[in-house]
Write a new protein. Structure first.
Length: 187
């Protein structure tokens, strides 16, 4: 396992500890070596007991130089941030839509290797780690068909569903907030 993958594993271990302890940590930001604590009255602070619903458009790819998909890592960091406020898996619902050019992320390692001259699917480990944190991945049936793939070619935990725009609109009508994973990396 590379150092970058170890860092992701460490992030998930910290997340599991924070969530498992049930003791929300006070979130803080560091600027110029000085730690600033947030005010409890600050607007936009997540509240334990409230359920947070997000649907993300997969709009980042595996970065060979980094050795991981920065959007998936940013999503893990977001989950860790919410956990630091005491928001556990029961109080968050996160769906990631793997569509268009990113639909290949839904493929099993063997199916991905057939399309990419033996190269394995670089997203599988991160996706499986996020699934353990309650993230649901879906891929539009039309994108599976456009890849000339079948249900057996898709990772078992990835749900095959309707076209992406229908997923976004339907989940937004249920109170989900829509965003792209790239937006998580701009902070």
């Amino acid at each position: 396992m590379s150092g970058k993958n170890t860092a992701f594993g460490s992030l998930l271990a910290v997340l599991a500890t924070v969530v498992g302890a049930g003791n929300p940590a006070m979130a803080a930001s560091t600027q110029n070596e000085v730690t600033q604590k947030e005010s409890h009255e600050a607007p936009g602070r997540p509240s334990p007991g409230h359920t947070y619903k997000f649907v993300f458009d997969m709009n980042t790819s595996h970065d060979a130089a980094l050795g991981f998909n920065p959007g998936l890592r940013a999503l893990a960091a977001l989950i860790a941030d919410y956990a630091s406020y005491g928001i556990d898996a029961r109080h968050r619902a996160i769906v990631v839509v793997l569509n268009g050019s990113h639909a290949e992320m839904a493929l099993t390692d063997a199916s991905y290797r057939r399309l990419h001259t033996g190269q394995g699917n670089p997203a599988i480990a991160d996706m499986q780690a996020l699934e353990q944190l309650g993230v649901v991945f879906t891929v539009p049936a039309r994108d599976v068909t456009s890849l000339a793939m079948h249900t057996a070619d898709i990772q078992p935990a990835v749900k095959i569903g309707p076209r992406a725009s229908i997923v976004y609109l339907d989940l937004e009508s249920e109170g989900y907030v829509f965003s792209g994973l790239k937006s998580l990396m701009t902070e």
